[in-house]
Design a protein around this ligand. Sequence first.
Ligand code: F6R
Length: 610
Amino acid sequence: MCGIIGYIGGKQAYPILIEGLHKLEYKGYDSAGIAVQGPDSLKIIKTKGKVSHLEEKAGEGFPVGFAGFGHLRWATHGAPSEINAHPQKACSDDFALVHNGIIENYLSLRRWLESEGHRFVSETDTEVIAHLIEHYYRGDLLESVQEAIKKVTGSFALIAGYRDEKDRLVCARKDLPLMIGLGGEENFISSDLAALLPHTRKIHILEDGETALVTASAVKIYNTDCTVLQRKAQEITWDVTSAEKGGYEHFMRKEIMEQPQALRETMRGRLLEGGRKINLAELDFAPEEIEKISKIFIVACGTAYHAGLVGKYLLEKILRIPVEVDVASEFRYRDPLLCADTLVIVISQSGETADTLAALRLARERGQQVLAITNVVGSSVAREADKVFFTWAGPEIAVASTKAYLTQLFSLYLLTFYLAQERGAMEQIELQKAGEALYNLPDQVEEILNREKEIPGIASYLSRWESAFFIGRNLDFAVALEGALKLKEISYIHAEAYAAGELKHGALALIVEGIPVVALAIQETVLEKSLSNIKEIKARGGYVFCFAREGMEALASEVDSIFYLPSTLDDIFLPMLAVIPLQFLAYYTAVARGCPVDNPRNLTKSVTVE
Ligand code: F6R
């Protein structure tokens, strides 16, 4: 996500803010900006691109002042550009703020504020909050911020400043981190501990719904009722490097742990009324467009391709529309049979993968409508597709994709059930159940994450082998492919995923005494068949780690180790839970082998060559 830094005290704010922005750079961003409370104006400098560009822009004579705030933006509403960078201002240049998060009701607020005479210049949702603060201002910045945030729905961590209240900054949070570092006669605010630790270890971590008034010598924290709270600051013992990784040793583990929050962002504004309604009006499909879709192609690479395979099972099962899934580099050269009424879905975390982009262009040249599922606003894929569905996973830093994959899956579920809703392809009651299951999924993901300690034992066995198999049928096979890819890319173990029924057609020859086999036996409809495949492996000495569902305890006596997924969800949703222990498995195996988890050899995060 984006990064925030704020300072107020006896020193020049600008160098402290720039240093703070550098500390936040590791998170990934596309533009940067600062505001400094000068003697008689709020001086704002912002730019698309790096913090170093911002420094060049500020030049030698940087803005003078003892309070200010800075921001690194990871675009959500509106492409990366100077105008969309933060700080965002209101109509007058006197109010400004920086904001992390997404304001769901920004369009209706913007329309209302425009009718009240406010003029907007950016495409951001953030600008709405600046205007709201201006609108409610009656001589007290804190009160106007408290009033403004009552009107917004969505997530936010923000700092606001007003020209005539130079001695104070106001900050607020909901669903995103924001903390205040106490430094004696100066105070610091940030979305990230890493930016505070060089200055202080005494930290107030704001809770959801809280606002704070921060001056050089005091911090007052208020709850949602605007009552002052008495709370002691915490003493933080982490070093800066572990703070960057949220206290984890690797970004990959941090990103695995971030998945519940990432899913909540993906569903924000899309799953309404506790999941009973799916709203993807953002895709701007006309009813007749949805009605006439008669074929779907899903095109992607690597992990995103594996998400597409789950999407195929799902779309075909729910919509009864034929779906083909292609690796992007193959799609392009196989002269695909595209016809009228085909929807092409491309999936790409980065939005810059050359093969996926080439496939997208080919589809568009052939007159196809292309819907992109991507994580990066302003990316080539996002710009060139006809319709874009953002996954909102936030920046993913580890090369091995985890939270981006899960949010891609979730997006495909949302899309499928939305199309079903619009096509009348499901009974209302069934649709509601599906929406509710999706709505509650982040909690279920949390439960699986809490069982992390069941995995290192398995990983320790796996780490001693140079070869492993992953097997599964139907949806389990799609997940097995992803599990095997994760393992091979970060632990360098040769891992093969096989459709369980295919083993006997050749690969069974490779099953030798002790070889690790990860068997996914989750899908109830093929349980008997999966069990026979497991028995074939056991009979040849394979060592089977089984992933099953509660209620399938009979499997336990057939395998060497078993991990149960909850039985509360319908089979169809389980890929989104099953992948999590497999992510941990790859992670702990790589750690046991001493591999550089976040930066595996020969791989880069964004593959921009064909
Ligand atoms: C594996 C991984 C890659 C990417 C692939 C496509 O963990 O991350 O397989 O999924 O390179 O990348 P995007 O999604 O950026 O198009």
